[in-house]
Design a protein around this ligand. Sequence first.
Ligand code: GLN
Length: 541
Amino acid sequence: MAKFVFVTGGVLSSVGKGILTSSIGKMLQTRSLRVTVVKIDPYVNVDAGTMNPYMHGEVYVTDDGGETDLDLGWYERFLDLNLKTENNFTTGTVYKTVIEKERRGDFLGRCVQIVPHVTNEIKHRIRTVAKNSGADVVLTEVGGTVGDIEGLPFLEAIRQMRLEEGYENTMYVHVALVPVLDVTKEMKTKPLQHSVNELRRIGIQPDIIVARSPEMIDSESRRKIALFGTIPEDAVFCSYNVESIYQVPLILDEQGMGDFVCKRFGFTECKKDFKDWKRFVDALLKPEHEVKIALVGKYAGLADSYVSMSEALRHGGAAARARVCINYLEAEKLEQNPEAIEVLKGFDGIFVPYGFGPRGTEGKIMAIRFARENDIPFLGICYGFQLAIIEYARHVCGLKEANSTEINTYTPNPVIDLMPEQRGIEVKGATMRLGAHKVIIKPETMASKLYAVDEMCERHRHRFEVNLDYFEELEKEGLVFSGKSADGRRMELLELPACFFFFASQFHGEFKSRPGRPDPEYYGFIKACLDKKLGKPKPEF
Ligand code: GLN
């Protein structure tokens, strides 16, 4: 039978619940326990797929094609798991199921209510994950902040789970902000006390309180948090600011949190082993070199829009022993001020990420051209892959008006076009080509050296693809398609052998990148940036 840990957050959003949940998972996992994670999002969208990354951050794609909250990315990276669509659900999903059941007549004429019907559906979903995963511990993160109206049914459901699963099988962890005042440098626990009160008003007494503060809490703050939170002092932990978020499990474990959770659940025989994790953190924190990357994107104002990509670049950096400094550049600004393209000279590599719609695409194409013509290492992902093809078609193959029909429906040279099965689809949610699909690698290419396999499964999220009518023309001019779908009709990877490193993929390698095991295309890119900077020959991998 699984044990359940529920994580809630207080005072404000972005208090680090996702990292805390992942860190608790890590502390348990390093003690040989099997863990899985559920993220509950109290918004009404059925999934994250329809949400603007500029407002909500990136959409994380699972192997089974779920378009999920970006916290699933943190769970997967910290815990090296491959989660499923069922690991993330929203108010929208829950109500949709309940309403469908009601329409089918499953409730046999009863009045359908939030308690028990909606709360039952919530508990059922958490237990389904527990059953399907076979995990020893299921961590459930409740999104939003305690006190939000929309979070109430979820808090009610997890409150009931204590009654049904038993005290010894459930644990509530509450994390809240403990600010330090600018002027007096005083640590203030009052907002945290209020949020614990709010949680208790709903009927949940936390077992552990985590103070999220800029620095380690002092003994007076710890005493107050314990006293007003009605927990022993050794159940108060502090998540203070660290250089890298990958240090968070280490600093919490040092404070005894891993042992505390294990003891509470009766896992007594658990010896911890943080060796691999520490090795990765050390490599990350003590680099020998530095590379500067220009990320030319459309959502550059919000780093969370590209969080998996930035992390994959950092994983690559740790493996190459290089600190990766990422500058987020707005592609549109390059269009408005073409001379600004020269700033790209100051970077060791140019990265063009995913994207949707026409805005900023010409700026990205300018950046790709600059990378190719100046032989600056380049990596393009998804839209970055498609735009690299448009750039090549325009400036090398001479198809001056080449474009994607996503950008210009009437282009005379649609080198990128809607996938045939996408035609006629009007509904936006969950209708792209999503999730893991097979990629076959062409022998004797850079891809074959980088990946060192003949085929692999990679995650996708797109509607458009390379138009096969232009395949020959592009290859004739030197562009190599080094990865294709299993039926050979979808282009998945491209490279330019004449360049130091010019590589792009239709799929998203970042979703499979893990600390200590970077995704090959990201590692290859960082390694190439570093080798070029150090004046070394083109990397052979
Ligand atoms: N907009 C492009 C498409 O739909 C690329 C998508 C992406 O970058 N994820 O095909």
